[in-house]
Each structure stands twice: as structure tokens, then as C-alpha cells.
Write a new protein. Structure first.
Length: 117
């Protein structure tokens, strides 16, 4: 069989509203300091001065809610150590976000995790 080719339809002006119809924020979005620059999105920040020279590692952990603060502290320390050692970055560049999700908001194997098995 031959290789399949992908095609896409061009975006037509009717799909996008005119720029004048786009709602603009009245207040500017909050900014976070990043080195000498600011950024609205922590996930899009670029590392300045890391040994690896690339973007900083942003690590997101999604798991069931219920872990203790001490468990989170230990995980942050272990992941940071691993990223410094293996990822060749510095501890200040490692950002970890915990997303504690209730079992009633998590689907697995075709059903909610909160449902009895």
C-alpha cells in the first residue's frame, strides 16, 4: 500500500470573527517575574542561565486527591534531584504542579474511578 497523504481545508474568513469583534481584556493579565522578563504562562517560560540551555522542565502530576503535604514535599525533592542529575538543569528551573483530582472526576477503563468495581 502507498503512503497516505494528509490534506486540510484552508481556514475561511467566515470561521474567524473580524479582529474588531474579539473581546479585549479591560485589565491586563497578571504577570510573573522570570529573570529579566515577564510571562503570563508559567508553562511557556524559557530558562535563563540553566546548564542545559533549553526550556525549564515544567512537570505536571495528575493523581487522585488525598496525598499529604509531606508526600508532596518528598516527591518534589526526588523529582527535582532526578531532573538536576539526569536532565542537567538547576533546581531553580524545575517547576512541579500537582493536580489533585477527585475520583469522581477521573475516568478509567470506561467508568468513573469513584464507581465500585
Amino acid at each position: 500500500m502507498g503512503a497516505a497523504s494528509l490534506t486540510s481545508e484552508p481556514i475561511v474568513p467566515e470561521i474567524l470573527p473580524p479582529a474588531s469583534d474579539i473581546v479585549k481584556r479591560r485589565d491586563p493579565a497578571p504577570t510573573l517575574p522570570v529573570g529579566r522578563a515577564t510571562c503570563h504562562n508559567p508553562a511557556a517560560r524559557v530558562a535563563t542561565g540553566s546548564r542545559g540551555g533549553g526550556t525549564m522542565p515544567n512537570i505536571s502530576i495528575q493523581w487522585y486527591a488525598g496525598r499529604t503535604q509531606q508526600q508532596k514535599r518528598e516527591i518534589v525533592a526526588a523529582i527535582t534531584d532526578a531532573m538536576v542529575k539526569i536532565g542537567k538543569t538547576t533546581p531553580d528551573q524545575v517547576h512541579i504542579v500537582f493536580q489533585d483530582v477527585e475520583r469522581s472526576n477521573w475516568g478509567v477503563n470506561g467508568r468513573l474511578a469513584s464507581d465500585a468495581s
